[in-house]
Design a protein around this ligand. Structure first.
Ligand code: BDP
Length: 625
Protein backbone atom coordinates (compact mmCIF):
# COMPACT_ATOMS: atom_id res chain seq x y z
CA UNK A 1 0.00 0.00 0.00
CA UNK A 2 2.83 2.34 1.00
CA UNK A 3 4.66 1.51 -2.23
CA UNK A 4 1.55 2.30 -4.28
CA UNK A 5 1.18 5.65 -2.55
CA UNK A 6 4.81 6.43 -3.25
CA UNK A 7 4.39 5.49 -6.93
CA UNK A 8 1.29 7.66 -7.18
CA UNK A 9 3.11 10.52 -5.50
CA UNK A 10 6.07 10.23 -7.91
CA UNK A 11 3.71 10.08 -10.91
CA UNK A 12 1.86 13.19 -9.80
CA UNK A 13 5.04 15.06 -9.06
CA UNK A 14 6.83 13.98 -12.23
CA UNK A 15 6.08 17.06 -14.37
CA UNK A 16 7.15 19.28 -11.48
CA UNK A 17 10.33 17.26 -10.88
CA UNK A 18 11.07 17.36 -14.59
CA UNK A 19 10.60 21.09 -14.67
CA UNK A 20 13.02 21.58 -11.81
CA UNK A 21 15.51 18.98 -13.00
CA UNK A 22 16.03 20.77 -16.29
CA UNK A 23 18.51 23.58 -16.54
CA UNK A 24 17.97 26.96 -18.12
CA UNK A 25 20.28 27.06 -21.11
CA UNK A 26 22.27 30.17 -21.90
CA UNK A 27 21.52 31.63 -25.32
CA UNK A 28 24.02 31.25 -28.16
CA UNK A 29 24.66 34.48 -30.13
CA UNK A 30 24.82 32.36 -33.32
CA UNK A 31 21.06 31.87 -32.99
CA UNK A 32 20.43 35.58 -33.65
CA UNK A 33 22.71 35.76 -36.69
CA UNK A 34 19.85 35.80 -39.20
CA UNK A 35 16.55 37.60 -38.67
CA UNK A 36 13.63 35.16 -39.08
CA UNK A 37 12.36 35.06 -42.62
CA UNK A 38 9.23 33.78 -44.35
CA UNK A 39 9.97 31.86 -47.54
CA UNK A 40 9.45 28.49 -49.23
CA UNK A 41 11.58 26.72 -46.56
CA UNK A 42 10.87 28.80 -43.46
CA UNK A 43 7.90 30.07 -41.43
CA UNK A 44 7.58 32.87 -38.92
CA UNK A 45 4.84 33.68 -36.44
CA UNK A 46 4.88 37.08 -34.72
CA UNK A 47 3.46 36.91 -31.19
CA UNK A 48 2.99 40.68 -30.88
CA UNK A 49 -0.33 41.66 -29.37
CA UNK A 50 -1.97 41.33 -25.99
CA UNK A 51 -0.28 39.03 -23.46
CA UNK A 52 -1.05 38.11 -19.84
CA UNK A 53 1.02 39.94 -17.23
CA UNK A 54 1.54 39.75 -13.50
CA UNK A 55 3.89 41.50 -11.08
CA UNK A 56 5.84 39.24 -8.74
CA UNK A 57 7.13 41.66 -6.12
CA UNK A 58 7.64 38.87 -3.56
CA UNK A 59 9.49 36.77 -6.15
CA UNK A 60 7.39 33.68 -5.48
CA UNK A 61 6.43 32.89 -9.07
CA UNK A 62 8.97 30.14 -9.65
CA UNK A 63 8.19 28.40 -6.36
CA UNK A 64 4.48 28.65 -7.03
CA UNK A 65 5.00 27.48 -10.62
CA UNK A 66 3.48 30.45 -12.40
CA UNK A 67 4.96 28.89 -15.56
CA UNK A 68 2.07 26.41 -15.41
CA UNK A 69 -0.45 29.21 -15.96
CA UNK A 70 -0.70 32.76 -14.59
CA UNK A 71 -3.63 33.20 -12.22
CA UNK A 72 -5.28 36.62 -11.82
CA UNK A 73 -3.17 38.17 -14.52
CA UNK A 74 -3.96 41.37 -16.41
CA UNK A 75 -3.56 42.22 -20.08
CA UNK A 76 -0.45 43.96 -21.42
CA UNK A 77 0.76 44.98 -24.88
CA UNK A 78 3.87 43.38 -26.39
CA UNK A 79 5.99 45.08 -27.58
CA UNK A 80 5.82 47.85 -24.97
CA UNK A 81 7.38 48.77 -21.63
CA UNK A 82 5.35 47.78 -18.58
CA UNK A 83 6.17 51.14 -16.91
CA UNK A 84 3.91 53.17 -19.21
CA UNK A 85 0.89 50.88 -19.36
CA UNK A 86 -0.40 50.96 -15.76
CA UNK A 87 -0.46 53.39 -12.86
CA UNK A 88 1.21 51.01 -10.38
CA UNK A 89 4.14 49.94 -12.58
CA UNK A 90 5.85 53.19 -13.59
CA UNK A 91 8.75 52.83 -11.16
CA UNK A 92 8.44 49.06 -10.74
CA UNK A 93 11.97 47.68 -11.23
CA UNK A 94 11.47 44.12 -10.07
CA UNK A 95 10.16 40.74 -11.21
CA UNK A 96 7.12 40.29 -13.47
CA UNK A 97 5.73 37.51 -15.65
CA UNK A 98 4.46 37.50 -19.22
CA UNK A 99 2.43 34.68 -20.74
CA UNK A 100 1.01 33.91 -24.18
CA UNK A 101 -0.71 30.88 -25.66
CA UNK A 102 -0.31 30.18 -29.33
CA UNK A 103 -1.45 27.46 -31.70
CA UNK A 104 1.27 25.47 -33.45
CA UNK A 105 0.07 23.70 -36.60
CA UNK A 106 0.91 20.09 -37.41
CA UNK A 107 2.42 21.31 -40.67
CA UNK A 108 5.39 22.58 -38.64
CA UNK A 109 6.12 19.09 -37.33
CA UNK A 110 9.47 17.85 -38.61
CA UNK A 111 10.85 21.39 -38.85
CA UNK A 112 13.11 22.91 -36.20
CA UNK A 113 11.18 25.57 -34.30
CA UNK A 114 12.82 28.47 -32.45
CA UNK A 115 11.61 31.30 -30.25
CA UNK A 116 13.30 34.69 -30.68
CA UNK A 117 12.85 37.45 -28.13
CA UNK A 118 13.78 40.88 -29.52
CA UNK A 119 14.47 42.51 -26.17
CA UNK A 120 13.64 41.65 -22.56
CA UNK A 121 14.86 44.20 -20.03
CA UNK A 122 16.85 43.20 -18.00
CA UNK A 123 17.06 39.43 -17.31
CA UNK A 124 14.69 36.82 -18.69
CA UNK A 125 13.87 33.18 -18.00
CA UNK A 126 11.65 31.28 -20.39
CA UNK A 127 9.43 28.22 -20.06
CA UNK A 128 7.52 26.49 -22.85
CA UNK A 129 4.52 24.44 -21.71
CA UNK A 130 5.87 24.67 -18.17
CA UNK A 131 9.32 23.28 -19.02
CA UNK A 132 12.38 25.48 -18.39
CA UNK A 133 14.03 26.52 -21.64
CA UNK A 134 16.63 29.24 -21.33
CA UNK A 135 17.74 32.50 -19.81
CA UNK A 136 19.37 35.72 -20.93
CA UNK A 137 20.92 38.82 -19.41
CA UNK A 138 20.82 42.25 -21.03
CA UNK A 139 17.85 44.26 -22.17
CA UNK A 140 18.61 45.57 -25.65
CA UNK A 141 19.68 42.61 -27.74
CA UNK A 142 17.75 39.62 -29.03
CA UNK A 143 18.20 35.98 -28.05
CA UNK A 144 16.78 32.73 -29.35
CA UNK A 145 16.33 29.10 -28.35
CA UNK A 146 15.17 25.99 -30.15
CA UNK A 147 11.83 24.76 -28.76
CA UNK A 148 10.94 21.87 -31.13
CA UNK A 149 11.15 19.16 -28.43
CA UNK A 150 8.80 21.03 -26.07
CA UNK A 151 5.93 21.66 -28.48
CA UNK A 152 2.48 20.11 -28.75
CA UNK A 153 1.40 19.90 -32.41
CA UNK A 154 -2.01 21.05 -33.61
CA UNK A 155 -2.56 22.45 -30.15
CA UNK A 156 -2.13 25.54 -28.02
CA UNK A 157 1.30 26.00 -26.48
CA UNK A 158 2.12 28.24 -23.55
CA UNK A 159 5.13 30.57 -23.48
CA UNK A 160 5.96 32.00 -20.02
CA UNK A 161 8.64 34.63 -19.54
CA UNK A 162 9.85 35.90 -16.19
CA UNK A 163 11.57 39.29 -16.42
CA UNK A 164 13.54 41.04 -13.70
CA UNK A 165 14.81 44.62 -13.90
CA UNK A 166 16.50 45.36 -10.57
CA UNK A 167 19.04 48.17 -11.01
CA UNK A 168 22.39 46.82 -9.79
CA UNK A 169 26.05 47.88 -9.92
CA UNK A 170 26.99 44.47 -11.34
CA UNK A 171 24.89 45.10 -14.45
CA UNK A 172 25.38 47.06 -17.65
CA UNK A 173 24.07 49.68 -17.85
CA UNK A 174 24.86 50.11 -14.19
CA UNK A 175 22.29 51.00 -11.59
CA UNK A 176 21.80 51.07 -7.88
CA UNK A 177 24.99 52.96 -7.08
CA UNK A 178 24.71 56.52 -5.81
CA UNK A 179 25.63 59.01 -8.51
CA UNK A 180 25.94 61.76 -5.93
CA UNK A 181 24.68 65.32 -5.65
CA UNK A 182 22.23 66.65 -8.20
CA UNK A 183 22.71 63.63 -10.44
CA UNK A 184 20.78 61.28 -8.16
CA UNK A 185 17.53 60.19 -9.66
CA UNK A 186 14.57 57.93 -9.12
CA UNK A 187 14.61 55.15 -10.39
CA UNK A 188 18.21 54.83 -9.25
CA UNK A 189 19.87 54.33 -12.62
CA UNK A 190 23.45 55.46 -13.27
CA UNK A 191 22.43 56.75 -16.66
CA UNK A 192 20.23 59.50 -18.00
CA UNK A 193 17.29 57.67 -19.55
CA UNK A 194 14.35 55.81 -18.08
CA UNK A 195 15.15 52.14 -17.37
CA UNK A 196 12.10 50.86 -19.22
CA UNK A 197 11.27 47.26 -18.32
CA UNK A 198 9.65 44.29 -19.99
CA UNK A 199 9.24 42.89 -23.48
CA UNK A 200 10.19 45.97 -25.49
CA UNK A 201 10.40 44.25 -28.86
CA UNK A 202 8.53 41.54 -30.73
CA UNK A 203 8.64 37.86 -29.78
CA UNK A 204 8.76 35.60 -32.84
CA UNK A 205 8.46 31.90 -33.43
CA UNK A 206 10.15 30.62 -36.58
CA UNK A 207 11.03 27.40 -38.30
CA UNK A 208 14.08 26.25 -40.22
CA UNK A 209 14.37 22.98 -42.18
CA UNK A 210 15.63 20.07 -40.09
CA UNK A 211 17.69 18.35 -42.82
CA UNK A 212 19.95 21.36 -43.13
CA UNK A 213 19.58 25.08 -42.56
CA UNK A 214 21.59 28.23 -43.16
CA UNK A 215 22.79 29.25 -39.74
CA UNK A 216 24.85 32.32 -40.56
CA UNK A 217 25.83 34.49 -43.50
CA UNK A 218 28.59 37.10 -43.23
CA UNK A 219 29.09 39.62 -46.01
CA UNK A 220 32.18 41.70 -46.59
CA UNK A 221 32.13 44.27 -49.36
CA UNK A 222 34.89 46.08 -51.24
CA UNK A 223 35.49 47.54 -54.68
CA UNK A 224 38.28 47.97 -57.15
CA UNK A 225 37.79 50.83 -59.57
CA UNK A 226 34.27 50.14 -60.95
CA UNK A 227 34.04 46.49 -59.88
CA UNK A 228 32.41 45.59 -56.57
CA UNK A 229 33.49 42.50 -54.64
CA UNK A 230 31.24 40.74 -52.14
CA UNK A 231 32.78 38.06 -50.00
CA UNK A 232 30.16 35.71 -48.64
CA UNK A 233 30.74 33.29 -45.77
CA UNK A 234 27.96 30.75 -45.20
CA UNK A 235 27.53 28.40 -42.26
CA UNK A 236 25.04 25.55 -42.38
CA UNK A 237 23.91 22.98 -39.87
CA UNK A 238 22.90 19.63 -41.32
CA UNK A 239 23.45 17.64 -44.47
CA UNK A 240 24.02 20.27 -47.14
CA UNK A 241 27.10 19.67 -49.26
CA UNK A 242 26.92 22.60 -51.64
CA UNK A 243 24.90 25.60 -52.67
CA UNK A 244 24.69 28.82 -54.59
CA UNK A 245 25.07 32.54 -53.89
CA UNK A 246 23.22 34.93 -56.18
CA UNK A 247 23.61 38.69 -56.03
CA UNK A 248 20.98 40.65 -57.89
CA UNK A 249 20.21 44.33 -58.39
CA UNK A 250 20.16 46.99 -61.08
CA UNK A 251 18.68 44.40 -63.51
CA UNK A 252 21.81 42.26 -63.21
CA UNK A 253 22.48 38.90 -61.58
CA UNK A 254 25.81 37.40 -60.52
CA UNK A 255 26.23 33.87 -59.22
CA UNK A 256 28.80 31.70 -57.51
CA UNK A 257 28.71 28.06 -56.43
CA UNK A 258 29.74 27.13 -52.90
CA UNK A 259 30.72 23.80 -51.38
CA UNK A 260 30.72 23.06 -47.67
CA UNK A 261 33.56 21.72 -45.64
CA UNK A 262 33.03 21.39 -41.90
CA UNK A 263 29.70 23.21 -42.28
CA UNK A 264 31.34 26.30 -43.81
CA UNK A 265 31.63 27.66 -47.32
CA UNK A 266 32.81 30.89 -48.92
CA UNK A 267 32.36 32.67 -52.21
CA UNK A 268 33.63 35.86 -53.73
CA UNK A 269 31.25 37.51 -56.18
CA UNK A 270 32.26 40.33 -58.52
CA UNK A 271 29.82 43.05 -59.59
CA UNK A 272 30.95 44.96 -62.69
CA UNK A 273 29.87 48.64 -62.79
CA UNK A 274 28.88 48.41 -59.17
CA UNK A 275 26.47 50.93 -57.63
CA UNK A 276 28.19 51.82 -54.36
CA UNK A 277 26.04 52.39 -51.27
CA UNK A 278 26.12 55.94 -49.84
CA UNK A 279 23.72 58.52 -48.33
CA UNK A 280 23.33 59.97 -51.87
CA UNK A 281 22.50 56.61 -53.41
CA UNK A 282 21.66 54.00 -50.77
CA UNK A 283 21.44 51.26 -53.34
CA UNK A 284 20.80 47.76 -52.01
CA UNK A 285 21.63 44.47 -53.73
CA UNK A 286 19.88 41.24 -52.76
CA UNK A 287 22.22 38.46 -51.71
CA UNK A 288 20.43 35.15 -51.95
CA UNK A 289 21.87 31.91 -50.57
CA UNK A 290 20.54 28.41 -51.29
CA UNK A 291 21.94 25.14 -49.97
CA UNK A 292 21.42 21.61 -51.25
CA UNK A 293 22.49 18.01 -50.72
CA UNK A 294 23.28 17.22 -54.37
CA UNK A 295 19.66 16.34 -55.21
CA UNK A 296 17.34 18.79 -53.49
CA UNK A 297 17.44 22.38 -52.38
CA UNK A 298 17.24 22.34 -48.58
CA UNK A 299 17.10 25.96 -47.46
CA UNK A 300 17.12 29.51 -48.75
CA UNK A 301 17.91 32.85 -47.12
CA UNK A 302 18.23 36.32 -48.61
CA UNK A 303 19.73 39.56 -47.31
CA UNK A 304 19.63 43.11 -48.64
CA UNK A 305 22.98 44.80 -48.46
CA UNK A 306 24.99 47.64 -49.96
CA UNK A 307 28.51 47.57 -51.35
CA UNK A 308 30.68 50.12 -49.57
CA UNK A 309 33.93 50.60 -47.67
CA UNK A 310 34.64 52.63 -44.56
CA UNK A 311 38.06 53.83 -43.42
CA UNK A 312 39.90 56.88 -42.04
CA UNK A 313 42.96 58.96 -42.69
CA UNK A 314 44.49 61.11 -39.95
CA UNK A 315 41.75 63.75 -40.25
CA UNK A 316 38.73 62.34 -42.02
CA UNK A 317 36.28 59.49 -42.23
CA UNK A 318 36.21 58.00 -45.72
CA UNK A 319 33.14 56.33 -47.20
CA UNK A 320 34.09 54.55 -50.42
CA UNK A 321 37.45 56.29 -50.19
CA UNK A 322 35.91 59.79 -50.11
CA UNK A 323 35.66 62.12 -47.07
CA UNK A 324 32.27 62.26 -45.42
CA UNK A 325 31.26 64.57 -42.57
CA UNK A 326 28.80 63.05 -40.10
CA UNK A 327 25.85 65.39 -39.44
CA UNK A 328 23.27 64.11 -37.03
CA UNK A 329 22.29 63.25 -33.50
CA UNK A 330 22.43 61.00 -30.52
CA UNK A 331 18.99 59.43 -30.19
CA UNK A 332 16.88 57.24 -27.94
CA UNK A 333 14.15 54.68 -28.43
CA UNK A 334 11.53 56.57 -26.47
CA UNK A 335 7.92 57.59 -26.95
CA UNK A 336 4.92 58.24 -24.67
CA UNK A 337 2.95 55.09 -23.75
CA UNK A 338 5.23 52.83 -25.84
CA UNK A 339 8.16 53.63 -23.53
CA UNK A 340 11.05 51.80 -25.17
CA UNK A 341 8.64 49.47 -27.00
CA UNK A 342 8.96 49.20 -30.77
CA UNK A 343 6.68 51.78 -32.37
CA UNK A 344 6.77 51.42 -36.17
CA UNK A 345 5.15 54.80 -36.99
CA UNK A 346 7.78 56.49 -34.77
CA UNK A 347 10.59 54.72 -36.63
CA UNK A 348 9.25 55.96 -39.95
CA UNK A 349 8.64 59.47 -38.58
CA UNK A 350 12.20 59.68 -37.22
CA UNK A 351 13.73 58.81 -40.58
CA UNK A 352 11.45 61.31 -42.24
CA UNK A 353 12.65 64.00 -39.79
CA UNK A 354 16.31 62.99 -40.14
CA UNK A 355 15.94 63.61 -43.88
CA UNK A 356 13.96 66.81 -43.34
CA UNK A 357 16.61 68.28 -41.08
CA UNK A 358 19.46 67.28 -43.42
CA UNK A 359 21.16 64.70 -41.16
CA UNK A 360 23.16 61.82 -42.63
CA UNK A 361 23.92 59.84 -39.47
CA UNK A 362 23.12 59.08 -35.84
CA UNK A 363 24.40 57.08 -32.89
CA UNK A 364 22.23 54.40 -31.29
CA UNK A 365 22.90 55.96 -27.89
CA UNK A 366 23.06 54.20 -25.49
CA UNK A 367 22.12 50.67 -26.59
CA UNK A 368 21.30 48.80 -29.81
CA UNK A 369 17.93 49.70 -31.37
CA UNK A 370 15.23 47.52 -32.90
CA UNK A 371 16.33 45.88 -36.17
CA UNK A 372 13.82 47.94 -38.15
CA UNK A 373 15.87 51.04 -37.33
CA UNK A 374 18.85 49.32 -38.93
CA UNK A 375 16.88 48.18 -42.00
CA UNK A 376 15.57 51.72 -42.48
CA UNK A 377 19.09 53.18 -42.17
CA UNK A 378 20.22 50.84 -44.97
CA UNK A 379 17.32 51.94 -47.14
CA UNK A 380 17.55 55.66 -46.39
CA UNK A 381 21.34 55.98 -46.50
CA UNK A 382 21.87 56.99 -42.88
CA UNK A 383 25.24 56.14 -41.30
CA UNK A 384 25.05 54.50 -37.89
CA UNK A 385 27.38 54.42 -34.92
CA UNK A 386 26.10 51.23 -33.29
CA UNK A 387 26.55 51.25 -29.50
CA UNK A 388 26.44 48.47 -26.90
CA UNK A 389 24.53 49.26 -23.67
CA UNK A 390 27.76 50.12 -21.80
CA UNK A 391 26.81 53.54 -20.50
CA UNK A 392 28.40 54.99 -17.37
CA UNK A 393 30.93 52.18 -16.79
CA UNK A 394 33.22 52.71 -13.82
CA UNK A 395 36.29 50.90 -12.56
CA UNK A 396 36.50 51.49 -8.84
CA UNK A 397 34.77 49.60 -6.03
CA UNK A 398 33.88 45.94 -5.76
CA UNK A 399 36.06 43.75 -8.02
CA UNK A 400 33.42 41.03 -8.46
CA UNK A 401 30.99 43.60 -9.81
CA UNK A 402 33.69 44.98 -12.08
CA UNK A 403 34.37 41.51 -13.47
CA UNK A 404 30.67 40.87 -14.10
CA UNK A 405 30.42 44.19 -15.94
CA UNK A 406 33.37 43.25 -18.17
CA UNK A 407 31.87 39.86 -18.99
CA UNK A 408 28.52 41.26 -19.97
CA UNK A 409 30.22 43.89 -22.18
CA UNK A 410 31.93 41.06 -24.07
CA UNK A 411 28.62 39.26 -24.49
CA UNK A 412 27.01 42.47 -25.83
CA UNK A 413 29.80 42.92 -28.38
CA UNK A 414 29.37 39.34 -29.61
CA UNK A 415 25.59 39.67 -29.82
CA UNK A 416 25.60 43.10 -31.47
CA UNK A 417 28.12 42.20 -34.16
CA UNK A 418 26.32 38.92 -34.78
CA UNK A 419 23.04 40.81 -35.23
CA UNK A 420 24.15 43.88 -37.21
CA UNK A 421 27.21 42.77 -39.18
CA UNK A 422 25.53 42.80 -42.60
CA UNK A 423 24.09 46.34 -42.47
CA UNK A 424 25.89 48.75 -44.80
CA UNK A 425 24.57 51.62 -42.66
CA UNK A 426 26.60 50.48 -39.64
CA UNK A 427 29.99 52.12 -40.09
CA UNK A 428 31.28 52.18 -36.51
CA UNK A 429 30.94 50.09 -33.35
CA UNK A 430 30.87 51.99 -30.06
CA UNK A 431 31.91 49.92 -27.05
CA UNK A 432 31.02 52.47 -24.36
CA UNK A 433 29.44 55.83 -23.66
CA UNK A 434 31.08 58.03 -21.06
CA UNK A 435 32.96 55.51 -18.96
CA UNK A 436 34.20 57.54 -16.02
CA UNK A 437 37.38 57.46 -14.02
CA UNK A 438 37.53 58.01 -10.25
CA UNK A 439 38.13 61.66 -9.26
CA UNK A 440 36.89 63.05 -12.55
CA UNK A 441 37.89 66.68 -13.07
CA UNK A 442 35.95 69.03 -15.32
CA UNK A 443 38.95 71.19 -16.00
CA UNK A 444 40.77 70.00 -19.16
CA UNK A 445 44.07 71.12 -17.57
CA UNK A 446 43.50 68.80 -14.67
CA UNK A 447 42.63 65.51 -16.41
CA UNK A 448 44.25 62.62 -14.53
CA UNK A 449 46.07 59.73 -16.26
CA UNK A 450 43.99 56.57 -16.63
CA UNK A 451 44.42 53.56 -14.38
CA UNK A 452 46.32 51.13 -16.68
CA UNK A 453 43.91 48.33 -15.73
CA UNK A 454 40.93 50.21 -17.17
CA UNK A 455 42.87 50.99 -20.35
CA UNK A 456 43.76 47.30 -20.65
CA UNK A 457 40.09 46.38 -20.34
CA UNK A 458 39.11 48.70 -23.19
CA UNK A 459 42.03 47.41 -25.27
CA UNK A 460 40.68 43.86 -24.75
CA UNK A 461 37.16 44.92 -25.78
CA UNK A 462 38.52 46.63 -28.90
CA UNK A 463 40.50 43.50 -29.76
CA UNK A 464 37.34 41.44 -29.51
CA UNK A 465 35.56 43.87 -31.85
CA UNK A 466 38.41 43.69 -34.35
CA UNK A 467 38.55 39.89 -34.24
CA UNK A 468 34.82 39.69 -34.90
CA UNK A 469 34.70 42.45 -37.52
CA UNK A 470 37.89 43.90 -38.96
CA UNK A 471 35.95 45.86 -41.61
CA UNK A 472 34.40 48.63 -39.52
CA UNK A 473 35.64 51.52 -37.40
CA UNK A 474 35.54 51.31 -33.61
CA UNK A 475 35.24 53.88 -30.90
CA UNK A 476 34.37 54.61 -27.31
CA UNK A 477 32.62 57.85 -26.48
CA UNK A 478 34.53 59.94 -23.94
CA UNK A 479 33.15 61.98 -21.07
CA UNK A 480 34.25 65.54 -20.19
CA UNK A 481 37.33 65.13 -18.03
CA UNK A 482 37.89 61.51 -19.12
CA UNK A 483 41.44 60.24 -19.74
CA UNK A 484 43.08 60.59 -23.14
CA UNK A 485 44.53 57.06 -22.97
CA UNK A 486 41.04 55.64 -23.48
CA UNK A 487 40.32 57.92 -26.43
CA UNK A 488 43.64 56.94 -28.01
CA UNK A 489 42.39 53.38 -28.53
CA UNK A 490 39.60 54.44 -30.92
CA UNK A 491 39.84 54.70 -34.71
CA UNK A 492 37.77 57.87 -34.49
CA UNK A 493 37.97 59.97 -31.33
CA UNK A 494 34.43 60.57 -30.05
CA UNK A 495 33.79 63.06 -27.24
CA UNK A 496 30.70 64.47 -25.52
CA UNK A 497 31.07 68.13 -24.50
CA UNK A 498 28.84 70.54 -22.59
CA UNK A 499 31.10 73.57 -22.03
CA UNK A 500 28.59 76.44 -21.76
CA UNK A 501 25.97 74.20 -20.19
CA UNK A 502 27.19 72.04 -17.29
CA UNK A 503 30.22 74.33 -16.93
CA UNK A 504 30.19 78.06 -17.70
CA UNK A 505 26.38 78.09 -17.56
CA UNK A 506 24.84 80.88 -19.60
CA UNK A 507 28.16 81.74 -21.26
CA UNK A 508 28.32 80.19 -24.71
CA UNK A 509 31.44 82.16 -25.69
CA UNK A 510 33.42 80.88 -22.71
CA UNK A 511 32.15 77.38 -23.51
CA UNK A 512 33.19 77.39 -27.15
CA UNK A 513 36.61 78.85 -26.29
CA UNK A 514 37.18 75.78 -24.10
CA UNK A 515 35.87 73.49 -26.82
CA UNK A 516 38.14 74.99 -29.47
CA UNK A 517 41.25 74.68 -27.32
CA UNK A 518 40.45 71.16 -26.24
CA UNK A 519 39.84 69.97 -29.81
CA UNK A 520 43.22 71.38 -30.90
CA UNK A 521 45.00 69.75 -27.96
CA UNK A 522 43.36 66.40 -28.56
CA UNK A 523 44.22 66.41 -32.24
CA UNK A 524 47.83 67.36 -31.51
CA UNK A 525 48.12 64.36 -29.21
CA UNK A 526 46.14 61.75 -31.14
CA UNK A 527 46.26 62.70 -34.84
CA UNK A 528 42.93 61.04 -35.55
CA UNK A 529 39.59 62.36 -36.81
CA UNK A 530 37.32 63.64 -34.03
CA UNK A 531 33.52 63.60 -33.75
CA UNK A 532 31.74 65.61 -31.08
CA UNK A 533 29.13 62.92 -30.40
CA UNK A 534 27.12 65.03 -27.92
CA UNK A 535 26.63 68.74 -27.34
CA UNK A 536 23.38 70.47 -26.46
CA UNK A 537 21.24 72.42 -24.05
CA UNK A 538 17.97 71.61 -22.27
CA UNK A 539 15.20 73.64 -23.89
CA UNK A 540 11.65 73.88 -22.71
CA UNK A 541 9.58 74.16 -25.90
CA UNK A 542 7.95 77.56 -26.22
CA UNK A 543 10.32 79.36 -23.81
CA UNK A 544 11.97 82.40 -25.30
CA UNK A 545 14.41 85.12 -24.26
CA UNK A 546 16.33 87.83 -26.04
CA UNK A 547 19.26 87.91 -25.42
CA UNK A 548 19.29 84.11 -25.12
CA UNK A 549 18.99 82.52 -21.69
CA UNK A 550 19.45 78.92 -20.61
CA UNK A 551 16.42 76.65 -21.23
CA UNK A 552 15.06 78.88 -24.03
CA UNK A 553 14.83 77.99 -27.70
CA UNK A 554 17.16 80.91 -28.49
CA UNK A 555 19.87 79.56 -26.17
CA UNK A 556 19.71 76.08 -27.64
CA UNK A 557 19.95 77.47 -31.17
CA UNK A 558 22.83 79.79 -30.31
CA UNK A 559 24.65 76.99 -28.46
CA UNK A 560 24.35 74.57 -31.38
CA UNK A 561 25.36 77.27 -33.89
CA UNK A 562 28.44 78.23 -31.85
CA UNK A 563 29.61 74.60 -31.56
CA UNK A 564 29.09 73.98 -35.29
CA UNK A 565 31.00 77.18 -36.10
CA UNK A 566 33.99 75.99 -34.04
CA UNK A 567 33.90 72.60 -35.79
CA UNK A 568 33.92 74.31 -39.18
CA UNK A 569 37.32 75.83 -38.40
CA UNK A 570 38.97 72.44 -37.71
CA UNK A 571 39.82 70.17 -40.62
CA UNK A 572 40.16 67.16 -38.30
CA UNK A 573 36.58 67.35 -36.98
CA UNK A 574 34.81 64.61 -38.92
CA UNK A 575 31.32 64.93 -37.51
CA UNK A 576 28.97 66.77 -35.16
CA UNK A 577 26.11 64.94 -33.43
CA UNK A 578 23.71 67.17 -31.53
CA UNK A 579 22.37 65.85 -28.23
CA UNK A 580 19.62 64.95 -28.68
CA UNK A 581 17.30 64.20 -31.58
CA UNK A 582 14.16 64.46 -29.43
CA UNK A 583 13.23 65.10 -25.78
CA UNK A 584 13.11 61.88 -23.80
CA UNK A 585 11.99 60.45 -20.50
CA UNK A 586 14.50 59.89 -17.75
CA UNK A 587 14.47 59.48 -13.96
CA UNK A 588 13.10 62.14 -11.63
CA UNK A 589 15.70 64.44 -10.15
CA UNK A 590 16.37 68.11 -9.53
CA UNK A 591 18.18 68.58 -12.86
CA UNK A 592 15.39 66.88 -14.84
CA UNK A 593 12.20 68.95 -14.91
CA UNK A 594 9.17 66.64 -15.16
CA UNK A 595 11.45 63.59 -15.36
CA UNK A 596 12.46 64.68 -18.86
CA UNK A 597 15.68 65.48 -20.66
CA UNK A 598 14.76 68.49 -22.81
CA UNK A 599 17.87 68.61 -25.01
CA UNK A 600 15.88 67.38 -28.03
CA UNK A 601 15.74 69.59 -31.10
CA UNK A 602 12.38 67.90 -31.61
CA UNK A 603 9.90 67.49 -28.78
CA UNK A 604 9.05 64.04 -27.48
CA UNK A 605 6.11 63.95 -29.92
CA UNK A 606 8.45 65.06 -32.73
CA UNK A 607 7.51 68.74 -33.23
CA UNK A 608 10.46 70.92 -34.27
CA UNK A 609 11.95 73.45 -31.86
CA UNK A 610 13.66 76.56 -33.24
CA UNK A 611 16.99 74.67 -33.30
CA UNK A 612 15.56 72.05 -35.67
CA UNK A 613 14.69 74.76 -38.19
CA UNK A 614 18.15 76.26 -37.73
CA UNK A 615 19.87 72.90 -38.35
CA UNK A 616 17.75 72.31 -41.43
CA UNK A 617 18.74 75.65 -42.92
CA UNK A 618 22.40 75.01 -42.15
CA UNK A 619 22.72 71.32 -43.03
CA UNK A 620 20.69 71.39 -46.24
CA UNK A 621 22.46 74.52 -47.48
CA UNK A 622 25.89 73.01 -46.77
CA UNK A 623 25.04 70.00 -48.87
CA UNK A 624 24.50 72.17 -51.94
CA UNK A 625 27.77 74.09 -51.58
C1 BDP B 1 25.80 62.86 -21.38
C2 BDP B 1 25.23 61.46 -21.53
C3 BDP B 1 23.76 61.46 -21.96
C4 BDP B 1 22.99 62.50 -21.19
C5 BDP B 1 23.59 63.86 -21.49
C6 BDP B 1 22.85 65.01 -20.76
O1 BDP B 1 26.00 60.70 -22.43
O2 BDP B 1 23.23 60.18 -21.78
O3 BDP B 1 21.62 62.46 -21.47
O4 BDP B 1 24.92 63.86 -21.05
O5 BDP B 1 23.27 65.34 -19.66
O6 BDP B 1 26.62 62.91 -20.29
O7 BDP B 1 21.88 65.51 -21.28
Amino acid sequence: MKLLKLKLFIMLCMPVLLAFAQEFKLSDPKDIALYPQQNEYRNTLNLSGIWNFKKDSLNVGEKEQWFNGLKESRSIAVPGSWNEQFEDTRDYMDVAWYEKETYIPNSWKGERVFIRIGSANYTAKIWVNGVPLGKHEGGHLPFAFEISALLKWDANNRVSIQIENVLKPSRVPTGGATAGGFFNSNPRANFDFFPYSGLNRAVLLYTVPSTAFIRDVTLKTDFNSTTGVVEVKVEQEGKATKGKVTISGDNQKYEANISFSGGKATASVKIPNVRLWSPDDPFLYTVSVTIEDGKNTLDHFSIETGVRTISTNDKQILLNGKPIFLKGFGKHEDFPIFGRGTAYPVIIKDYSLLKWVGANSYRTSHYPYDEEYMNMADREGILIIDEIPAVGLYFHGDTTELKLRQEICKQYIKELIMRDKNHPSVVMWSIANEPFPPNISLSPKDVKPADPKSTALFAALFKLVKDLDPTRLKTLVGVMGGPVEWLALSDVVCINRYWGWYTNPGDINAGTALLSKELDDLYDQLKKPIIVTEFGADTYPGMHANPPEMFTEEYQTAFIKAYLDVADTKSFVAGMHVWAFSDFKTGQGVIRFGGMNYKGVFTRDRRPKMAAHYLRSRWLKKEKE
